[in-house]
Ligand binder design. Structure first.
Ligand code: FES
Ligand code: FE2
Length: 307
């Protein structure tokens, strides 16, 4: 738990990389969930995420570790660990110490993104990241990616979506947008009707938001230019988050300027939110009014992601 927020790192699926950032045999050193981690791609193509430190004498496998087959070899004394973190070989010993193991993490590659499951007590995943068919369709554009590192917590970012009034006062929407919120287990859905600024002036759009926990949100824009936006927010530690937005748009809608305007508008809104998030205080008991969105409902939903 950080000093700034009264909650820990949430559990759920979180983006740790794009698939194409990790070629076959590549090794990445990562720091997420307040942990040092190593991500590698075995020669079979399988992706593996392990705790970073070798149980032998503590070398960081992400700094000099080398992939050999389906194993990563420690740079210090060449012990080899498989994709589940089990030590399979000590090249200078007759016997592998039976308990030699690095903690493995659940990870999955889906929608061209590598996701890791984090749970404060180490529990296994209780849901899956859905397949977004547009991402692999030839009728849709390659992912257009944007990223930020933000000094905040996932809970604050999620709250922004139900904070109706800020759309007007931070983002300049002409009126406070109406939205219908549905909470269904780990999924939070919202449908929002919003005016968008485009080169053709203000256009009426519909936005369907589907958040799968606190780390993965799939947003669909219709009415202007068909757009699917994958938003991911990954805790680096208790007080900072890597946010990545990945857009795909129907190719048929490209070229008019509207498609680019939709992306620019979403990115502009993120840039407007960040200074508020980075400097605000989290109030456990905010002073709400009748025009505010369903903030209390959102907070109750969010509470399921903590141990
Ligand atoms: S520290 Fe990893 S093999 Fe020795
Ligand atoms: Fe916002």
């Amino acid at each position: 738990m950080s000093e700034r927020f009264p909650f820990s790192i949430p559990h759920g699926w979180f983006q740790i990389a794009y698939g194409d950032e990790l070629g076959t045999g590549d090794v990445l050193s990562l720091h997420y969930f307040d942990r040092d981690l190593v991500l590698f791609r075995a020669e079979s193509g399988e992706v593996a995420l392990l705790d970073a430190f070798c149980p032998h004498l503590g070398a960081h496998l992400g700094h000099g570790g080398v992939v050999d087959g389906d194993r990563i070899r420690c740079p210090f004394h060449a012990w080899e660990f498989d994709t589940r973190g089990v030590c399979r070989k000590v090249p200078y010993a007759k016997k592998v110490p039976p308990k030699a193991k690095v903690a493995p993490w659940h990870c999955v590659e889906r929608n061209q993104i590598i996701w890791a499951w984090h749970h404060g007590k180490g529990a296994s995943p209780t849901w899956e990241i859905p397949e977004v068919t547009e991402v692999s369709s030839d009728d849709w554009t390659a992912l257009d990616r944007h990223s930020w590192t933000v000094r905040t917590h996932n809970q604050e970012i999620g709250e922004n979506a139900v904070d109706r009034a800020h759309f007007r006062y931070v983002h300049g929407a002409t009126k406070v947008p109406e939205s219908e919120l549905q909470l269904d287990g780990h999924i939070r859905r919202a449908v929002q009707h919003l005016d968008m600024h485009t080169p053709r002036g203000e256009v009426k759009g519909k936005i369907t938001v589907e958040a799968h926990g606190m780390g993965c949100t799939i947003t669909r824009f219709t009415g202007i230019c068909e757009t699917v936006l994958l938003l991911s927010h990954t805790p680096i530690d208790g007080g900072s988050v890597d946010s990545r937005f990945s857009f795909t748009q129907r190719r048929a809608d490209q070229g008019s300027g509207v498609a680019a305007a939709v992306i620019n508008e979403v990115v502009r809104q993120m840039d407007q939110d960040i200074p508020i998030w980075e400097h605000k205080e989290y109030l456990p008991k905010p002073m709400l009014c009748d025009g505010d969105g369903p903030i209390a409902e959102y907070r109750k939903w969010a509470s399921q992601f903590y141990c």
